[in-house]
Design a protein around this ligand. Structure first.
Ligand code: URA
Length: 242
């Protein structure tokens, strides 16, 4: 692959976002073959020793982080024994990526996929409280106590589930849109929370994971996470620069 800018190498190595990597270089914490690097320096990590705070970085230039707009009817699994369409049908063949957490078959919207196992583990680990935002289409009006109960916490069969935020965004005679934010990822959690407060859910879409927005990406489309998104996620799960 040859020489690359150091901040690119550091972010690919999962050290920090590119911006934070620049800071590390400016702070004199990055060396190439033992010499302190300056901003703009390049290095070939196969031929040279790139280190941060004296520790050699492991560069894996094959790391990929994707945002995907999952359509309804697509299963979040690498291989479905029942032969239904899976998220893998929408991914490039190489490098092989895996879903970060899951969206149930009837839910559409934002799903992250990566081949960075450590990143995937941390994003889904409850300890890091990565917020997920969902738009819920509800049949009919939403009584105020339902929102109050979601925020206070509802008892599910696997314990209390509390919304970080819940609010009615739009309502007319026939339907309402409720936006809910949770920071856990239990199986069908939003559906079960809505059922617990007797709100008839017609459709569920995940619109945001941490700093990553679904935006206007079409259904079935993927895009690469940008360095701001990746840097913010790294920081949130303790993979950013110290
Ligand atoms: N909550 C659900 O009910 N379904 C999902 O896919 C994700 C969260």
């Amino acid at each position: 692959m040859g020489a690359e800018r150091l901040q690119k190498l550091l972010s690919q190595a999962g050290i920090a976002s590119r911006r934070a990597s620049e800071e590390l270089i400016i702070q004199g914490r990055v060396t190439v073959d033992g010499k302190v690097a300056t901003l703009g320096d390049k290095a070939d990590p196969k031929a040279q020793i790139v280190a941060v705070d004296g520790e050699r970085i492991k560069v894996n230039t094959d790391l990929v982080y994707l945002a995907f707009n999952k359509p309804v009817g697509v299963v979040t699994t690498a291989d479905d024994p029942q032969g239904r369409p899976t998220v893998m049908d929408f991914m490039p063949p190489k490098p092989r990526v895996y879903p970060v957490g899951r969206l149930d078959m009837d839910t559409s919207g934002l799903l992250l996929l990566t081949n960075d196992g450590e990143f995937a583990n941390r994003i889904t680990h409850p300890r890091y409280h990565v917020e997920k935002t969902y738009m819920c289409q509800i049949r009919g009006p939403v009584p105020k106590p339902a929102i109050r109960d979601l925020l206070a916490g509802v008892e599910l069969d696997d314990g209390l589930a509390t919304a970080v935020k819940a609010q009615v965004r739009i309502a007319d005679q026939t339907r309402s849109l409720v936006e809910i934010v949770i920071n856990e990822g239990r199986n069908r959690q939003v559906r079960r929370m809505m059922a617990a407060v007797n709100l008839p859910l017609e459709a569920l879409v995940r619109t945001k994971i941490g700093p990553v927005h679904l935006g206007n990406m079409g259904q079935g489309k993927t895009r690469l996470l940008n360095s701001q998104e990746l840097g913010a996620l790294y920081a949130q799960v303790g993979m950013g620069a110290a």
